[in-house]
Design a protein around this ligand. Structure first.
Ligand code: NAD
Length: 299
């Protein structure tokens, strides 16, 4: 297939490389010149702009992997953007994590000029992007999902159709809001038990065979020394940055506001991550929020 790929950052670069390795003909763009280099070395053609990539003759599919909704708006809807140049019928797939309302608005604009569009945010982080094991949560028409599925499967392992336009983003924000909340709960429960005299590993073992068990306790426990491979075991480096969690909690609370739904726990989690980030810790893994619970954020 001839595939356009716009946005070659921490996630987009390894994803695009997996498509190049799978034998697709790629035309790529990112405003950061060094981001283009790895793709050029893998045989991709560097486009001069997002518009130039979109205008490539014979394009079958165009993928974007951009930081946030404002970038998605400008790349698709701007005067020099994708929709101004892309051929009718080219399938557009936005893998950025953005709010469902923007995803639906951009998909509607694409549909008005004859371009089907899917929102396909991912989970699995940069490790999953490199290994080609991402989970894709996809919103859009069933037939378009069927067209994109084999291509997404070259970058991921679980490719899930979540319903109509925007529903991929809905699944992503709902899951990540729960994750943000559950991590703070795990941090509080572990800290409380240890402060009252429990051994952290024994406490984690009890929780993980009891009703408090969740991913934040059994796979990603924030207490140091409980799990040898969790970010807590390496000073909260690597993993999923607290600032990325803060971004996703912001998307969740904004989406909840639009849906007139109270998400008190999600909003509280957002504020706690906001405070943690404001103290300069946004680059740490999000499980480092336990330091805030323990009053150790200056460490
Ligand atoms: P990133 O900042 O590393 O990469 C984004 C890239 O987009 C950059 O290279 C940037 O130059 C490029 N870009 C910005 N404006 C552009 C424009 N106008 N035209 C073309 N390219 C432009 O971000 P990332 O970590 O790759 O994340 C991308 C998306 O994936 C985000 O929405 C993020 O929330 C989501 N995500 C990230 C992770 C993760 O662990 N990093 C995990 C899951 C989802």
């Amino acid at each position: 297939m001839k595939i356009g790929f716009i946005g070659l950052g921490n996630m987009g670069r390894p994803m695009a490389l997996n498509l190049a390795r799978a034998g697709h003909s790629l035309v790529v763009f990112d405003p950061v010149a060094t981001a283009l280099q790895a793709l050029a070395e893998a045989g991709a053609t560097a486009g001069a702009s997002a518009r130039a990539v979109a205008a490539t003759p014979g394009l079958d599919l165009l993928v974007t992997m951009l930081p946030a909704a404002a970038h998605v708006r400008s790349v698709y809807l701007g005067d020099d953007g994708v929709l101004a140049a892309v051929g009718q019928g080219v399938l557009l797939v936005d893998c950025s994590t953005i709010d469902p309302m923007t995803a639906r608005e951009v998909a509607a604009a694409a549909a008005r000029q004859g371009n089907p569009m899917l929102d396909a945010p991912v989970s699995g982080g940069t490790g999953g992007a490199e290994a080609g094991t991402l989970t894709f949560m996809v919103g859009g028409a069933e037939a378009d999902f069927a067209t994109a599925q084999p291509v997404l499967a070259q970058m991921g392992r679980n490719i899930v159709h979540c319903g109509g336009a925007g529903n991929g983003q809905v699944a992503k924000v709902a899951n990540n809001m729960l994750l943000g909340i559950s991590m703070i709960g795990a941090a509080e429960a572990m800290s409380l038990g240890v402060a009252l005299g429990m051994d952290p590993a024994v406490l984690a073992g009890i929780i993980n065979t009891s009703s408090g068990r969740c991913w934040s306790t059994d796979t990603y426990n924030p207490y140091p020394g409980v799990l040898p491979n969790a970010p807590a075991a390496r000073g909260y480096t690597g993993g999923f940055g607290a600032d990325l969690m803060l971004k996703d909690l912001g998307l969740a609370t904004e989406a909840a506001r639009a849906a007139h739904l109270p998400v008190a726990m999600g909003a509280l989690a957002q504020q706690l991550y906001q405070a943690f980030s404001a103290q300069g810790h946004g680059g740490l893994d999000f499980s480092a929020i336990i330091r805030s619970v323990q009053g150790k954020t200056a460490a």
